[in-house]
Design a protein around this ligand. Structure first.
Ligand code: PLP
Length: 376
């Protein structure tokens, strides 16, 4: 106990020495404000040492799944499993649900990774590019078209973190009707919990906790419909981390491996905090903050939103195009303790990416925008 008190003193004096940076990077990002408190509590409650086969762990697992279902309105017959990252989730989804063929709507670097995963795993993967490459000022609204009926899995990246575009959910839902035999999988890594998904219209949804949940990286969540689970059973992929084995374990509030118990504990606590705030309020505030950022840069000639069409603009990852080298602006903001993301891949020096997650308060956003006039 004495040690913890000393640690407390150390931590708070540490905080006074150095002003806090605000991370607007699109994941990892600003940590949800209550995480520090929950981590200390986890330490005191021995969460770091308990067995993952004991009753305390089972209760943590059960509660985390239940609170996730409550926050995101996931139907109770749907399955929830955990992996270490969303990139891993892509691999497990292809391995467990595709015998031969998948289709991918590619609107940026992350959807392309999903497509590449299928190729690497030896499947026939169909790629539908629906943004012109390279993306410059305008993203086309080329319609999303039909894909072969032989596609067992149809994949979307609802929120493209690489370029700040989003696919309206209704467009994704329409595939459930036009491709009744296929399984619809959605990467919603950087839009959940903002994205108000109708899970009945989708079979697989996955996300990582270092984006919208404001936690450290290293845990991802995969939500599966009964239909997706049936397919996993039929495919009989026997690996430890096959979706089949993960669901069979999770139905007993267990995991095949020794899991990161601390992260499950923290995720549950952060979701409970979000439930207290109310998901409606969180979603409304996300839109208000996004509007504030977009309208601030709208008419500017030097730094302006990359995506022109409102319908395609992400509310949670705002990408700005800069006339000059974006790295200079990023470095200047850093000196003001504002950390923003650079452009993704080939656009590293042309874009700035700003995360707008539930951990970011309205006052954080105002502070960010206050630092910009000098560059405009
Ligand atoms: C960050 C991100 C990923 C990868 O998540 P990891 O947890 O790093 O594997 C995948 N898709 C999208 C859209 C992302 O933003």
């Amino acid at each position: 106990m004495l040690k913890l008190v000393q640690y407390d003193k150390y931590a708070s004096s540490g905080r006074h020495k150095k002003p806090m940076k605000i991370f607007f990077t699109p994941g990892p990002s600003k940590i949800y404000p209550t995480v520090e408190k929950h981590m200390r509590k986890a330490f005191l409650e021995d969460i770091l040492s308990i067995s993952h086969r004991g009753t305390v762990f089972k209760k943590i697992f059960e509660e985390t799944v239940a609170s996730l279902k409550q926050l995101l309105n996931i139907p109770k017959e749907y399955h929830v499993v955990f992996l270490s990252s969303s990139l891993e989730a892509m691999e497990r989804i292809i391995q467990s649900l595709v015998e031969k063929e998948s289709s991918h709507f590619v609107n940026g670097a992350f959807s392309d990774k999903f497509y590449e995963t299928s190729i690497v795993l030896g499947k026939k993967a169909n790629k539908h590019n629906f943004n012109p490459e390279p993306i410059r000022f305008r993203v086309s609204s080329k319609p999303i078209t039909r894909t072969p009926n032989s596609s067992e899995l149809i994949c979307f990246t609802q929120n493209e973190t690489s370029n700040g575009t989003q696919i309206p959910l209704e467009k994704i839902y329409s595939f459930k009707k036009s491709h009744p035999k296929s399984i619809i999988a959605v990467d919603a890594v950087s839009s959940i919990p903002y994205a108000d998904i109708d899970y009945k219209m989708i079979d697989v949804v996955f996300f990582s906790v270092q984006k919208g949940f404001g936690l450290p990286a290293g845990l991802s969540v995969v939500v599966l419909s009964p239909k997706a689970f049936e397919k996993a059973k039929k495919k009989e992929n026997k690996g430890f981390h096959s979706l089949l084995n993960l669901v069979q374990n999770s139905s007993k509030s267990q995991t095949p491996e020794t899991p990161n118990v601390l992260y499950l504990y923290l995720l549950n606590k952060v979701i409970k905090d979000m439930l207290k705030t109310g998901i409606e309020k969180i979603r409304k505030e996300t839109e208000e903050k996004a509007d504030l950022i977009y309208s601030f840069f709208e008419k500017n000639q030097n730094i302006f939103p990359l995506v022109q069409e409102n319908e395609q603009r992400s509310k949670t990852v705002i990408v700005l195009k800069t006339k000059n080298d974006s790295n200079e602006i990023i470095e200047k903001l850093k000196r003001k303790n504002i950390i923003v993301g650079s452009g993704y891949g080939e656009f590293k020096n042309e874009h700035i990416r700003i995360a707008n997650f539930p951990a970011h308060s309205l006052s954080d956003v105002k502070q960010l925008l206050k630092c910009f006039p000098k560059f405009l």
